[in-house]
Ligand binder design. Structure first.
Ligand code: FES
Length: 129
């Protein structure tokens, strides 16, 4: 069976249906991952916070909240494609929560705020990264 006929037969089979569905979902996921949603820089340093064990928190991920570093619901209007990071403190402790919103270990500061792309960007703006 020539290659083109084999391909057509495969695509007409249940396996082909599954593959079409699978790859259509992959494209959908890619579209989401390349979204232009980026947080604005709320602060160029972390916020020291006294976390309480077992208390639930919502860390602002969009940078628009007026209650930094926590969510005040502003993302619903200013960044509807973004959501806060909800977390529970395992123990009562002082923590440094990210204010630049570009940490790779949210909600905690990992030092990313010291990088040029954060330091050279105006507050409440998106860096060019
Ligand atoms: S404040 Fe964002 S990494 Fe430090």
């Amino acid at each position: 069976m020539p290659g083109l006929q084999k391909a057509r037969a495969l695509m007409a089979s249940p396996v082909g249906s599954f593959c079409r569905l699978f790859f259509s979902q992959i494209r959908s996921c890619s579209a989401i991952s390349v979204s232009s949603a980026k947080p604005v820089i709320a602060a160029k340093e972390p916020f020291p916070v006294d976390l309480i064990a077992e208390k639930r928190y919502a860390w602002c991920a969009c940078g628009h909240s007026q209650k930094q570093p926590f969510c005040d619901g502003t993302h619903k209007k200013s960044a509807p494609e973004m959501s806060p990071l909800r977390f529970t403190a395992g123990e009562s402790k002082k923590a440094w929560l990210c204010g630049c919103k570009y940490t790779k270990n949210p909600p905690y500061c990992d030092g990313t705020h010291k990088k040029d792309f954060v330091q050279k960007t105006d507050l409440h703006s998106q860096p060019q990264v």
